[in-house]
Design a protein around this ligand. Structure first.
Ligand code: AP5
Ligand code: MG
Length: 214
């Protein structure tokens, strides 16, 4: 099963990805997570990506496309994959299509996490992430049992540098301009299922599972 999860910043892509991966054990390809790992290791790619990510801007297509290509080449995708945050421009969608066309890596289904932009600020500013395992929390919507400590692995929780209102405005703008057309690209191929992402995490998950059973 090859999946793509799409949606604006804070729509809940990462939160649903955790659950999908738990259930189906497929390869997670989150370009945001890969960039953040590169930044933490202070690689050349990380330093370049950071100059865009901290401002809320998209990293250039050629950099992102070749990163995904090499990630796919070195990872086990025999059970399928879940793309999270890629492709998010038409150029990326075309490049990925070229990469997988005619192979068993073509996308089977696109889950579109539909949410009004006005609820995103609360989600983004309250998000906390585990430094060690990447588990996603929210100070009120999904708090950890002990403040600042991950329930799963005991790691420290941190706030993403781009989770500010200022950067969110840019991210929403980038999404509207560059990523929304990608949704139409996959809708034309008949691949998109829309999920109401403006519900509790449990209700969103229940809808995602229904969509994946079809
Ligand atoms: P990326 O990491 O992909 O960030 P994003 O798209 O902005 O999305 P987020 O990760 O912020 O949100 P999410 O939808 O995963 O929400 P989450 O589940 O965490 O990209 C970051 C940056 O990297 C980009 O801006 C760009 O610079 C660069 N980049 C990445 N990919 C790129 C690409 N392909 N091309 C170029 N550049 C790229 O949830 C958010 C919060 O809400 C959490 O606290 C969560 O607990 C809470 N929450 C989740 N669901 C619910 C719910 N149903 N109810 C209540 N609270 C909820
Ligand atoms: Mg995410």
């Amino acid at each position: 099963m090859n999946l793509l999860i799409m949606g604006g910043p804070g729509a809940g892509k990462g939160t649903m990805s955790e659950k999908i991966l738990d259930k189906f054990n497929i390869l997670h390809i989150s370009t945001g997570d890969i960039f953040r790992a590169e930044i933490a290791q202070q690689t050349k790619l990380g330093l370049l990506a950071k100059s865009y990510i901290d401002k809320g801007l998209l990293v250039p297509d050629d950099v992102t496309n070749s990163m995904v290509k090499s990630f796919l080449e070195k990872s086990d995708h025999s059970k399928g994959y879940l793309l999270d945050g890629y492709p998010r421009t038409i150029d990326q969608a075309r490049a990925f299509n070229e990469l997988v066309a005619g192979s068993d890596l073509e996308i089977d289904k696109v889950l579109f996490m539909d949410i009004p932009f006005d609820v995103l600020a609360q989600r983004i500013t309250g998000r906390r992430i585990c430094k060690k395992c990447g588990a996603i929390y929210h100070i009120t919507n999904k708090p950890s049992q002990k403040e600042g400590v991950c329930d799963v692995c005991g790691g420290d929780l941190y706030q993403r540098k781009d989770d500010t209102l200022e950067s969110l405005r840019v991210r929403v703008d980038e999404y509207s301009k560059l990523t929304q057309p990608v949704l139409d690209y996959y809708a034309d191929k008949g691949l998109v299922t829309t999920i109401n992402a403006n519900q509790s995490i449990e209700d969103v998950w229940s809808d995602v599972q229904k969509a994946l059973e079809d």
